[in-house]
Every structure is written in C-alpha cells, then in structure tokens.
Write a protein that binds this ligand. Structure first.
Ligand code: E4P
Length: 229
C-alpha cells in the first residue's frame, strides 16, 4: 500500500497514477473546497471521477454531516457511487459526541461498508476505531507534531497494538507537512502515508540529480558532435 495521494484534483491524481506510485486516494471537505468542488452534485461527480480514474484502488470520501441518520444515509449513497469508495467518519463529533463510533461499527458490520475513521490525534483513538471495526484509521500526524508531540511514537505504539491483537485496520498517517514525513512515518509503523501532491514532487526531484542529468546530456551532445566530424 504505502502511498496514497491526499487530493481531489483529477490532474494531480492522474499525474501520479500514471507514474504507478500511488495505491489509493484520500479526500475531505476542505480538500474538495480547495480543489474547486462545489455543491453536493459536485462532490458526487468528483468522487465518481476519481474512483473511475484509479479503480480498483481505494478512494476515501468524507461524510458532510455529524447527524447519525444522515451520516449513515450518505455513507450508503457513497458506497453505491463506486465499489472502490470507502467512507470517512470522524472519530467523534465537533463537541466530542461519541455516537460516531457506533456509526463506524454499524457501517462496517451491518451495512458492509468500508470505513476510514478520521481526524484522530492519538494511538488511543485509533485503537478504539480499529476495535469498532474500521478498515482504515487515520492518525493526523502533522497536526500531532504541531501540538508538540512526536507522532512517530504514537505510530509505533499503535502498530504494535494492532499487530498484537490481530486487528485488520490499516494505519494511514495523514496531515503531511514535509517531504521527510513520508519515509519517517512509514518507518515508524504506518501502513500508508497519504501525501500532498507537492510533497510527492519534493520526494522525486533533487537538485543534484538535475545537475547530474544536465551533465549527462551536455556530454552526450558532445559525443554525438564528435561522431559527426
Ligand atoms: C487525510 O485523510 C486527511 O484528511 C488530511 O491529510 C488532513 O490534512 P490536514 O491536517 O492538513 O488538514
């Protein structure tokens, strides 16, 4: 699995999909807004387009409500849009409403819908989501670091506990902030890091590689010129 792309831009997803380096896509309402998606129909159209583009790779689409019945209805609708769409549910509501864990459990066990439990800041939250049956648990490592904690310790602890109890959940390390996050979070225990497109570019392009390739091309031109003499 390793790398997902954290984007709803068709151009960016297509670019990295063609390189063969992504294994899934994550979106959220903030990402959709930034990428120019508007209205409910816009979310549906963009989600379907992404799902078609990367199928059978998984695509996470987040519900837009914290109200139980509406969230379950949305999740059922998302799951019908495409086989490879899974549903993001925040671990609790905006004021700490704990019902969300019931929603996660019901979607996975009653409706057979894959859930990405999201907006989590600790291994403890992720462990509970995994116990409830979530297929993916998203730890917002960049936000954890911003609060002054080392997300790598949470990742390591979480991975050990999931493995020890044989829980199926895959850990998604999210909220990437720096190029280095990708390799360091995978090394710390994440199954997957969901990466911003700009950071994928940063992982790939190196100034010294540019200089080296320029040298090869300059010298190749000189070799060709000498052949023609
Ligand atoms: C991905 O699943 C998350 O929604 C995303 O990485 C959150 O990023 P942010 O913390 O930069 O908003």
């Amino acid at each position: 699995m390793a790398i997902f792309i954290d984007s709803s831009s068709i151009k960016e997803i297509g670019k990295y999909q063609r390189m063969g380096i992504i294994r899934g896509v994550t979106t959220n309402p903030s990402i959709m807004l930034k990428d120019g998606v508007s209205g409910w129909q816009g979310i549906e159209a963009r989600s379907k387009e992404i799902a078609r583009l990367v199928a059978p790779l998984p695509v996470s689409v987040e519900v837009t409500t914290n109200e139980r019945v509406a969230a379950i209805d949305q999740a059922k609708a998302f799951a019908k849009w495409a086989d490879n769409i899974n549903v993001k549910i925040t671990i609790h509501g905006p004021c700490g409403e704990t019902e969300n864990l019931e929603i996660i459990h019901e979607l996975e066990t009653v409706h057979d819908i894959r859930v990405n439990a999201t907006a989590m800041m600790s291994a403890q939250q992720c462990f509970l989501a995994a116990m409830a049956g979530a297929s993916y648990v998203s730890l917002f490592c960049g936000r954890v670091n911003n609060m002054g904690y080392d997300s790598r310790e949470e990742l390591g602890r979480l991975r050990r506990v999931l493995d020890r109890f044989g829980l199926k959940a895959k850990i998604i390390a999210a909220s990437t902030r720096e190029v280095l996050n990708v390799i360091e979070w995978l090394d710390a225990g994440a199954h997957i890091v969901t990466v911003l497109p700009s950071l994928l570019e940063g992982m790939l392009v190196h100034p010294y590689t540019k200089e080296t390739v320029q040298m090869f091309l300059r010298d190749a031109a000189r070799v060709e010129a000498s052949l023609n003499q």
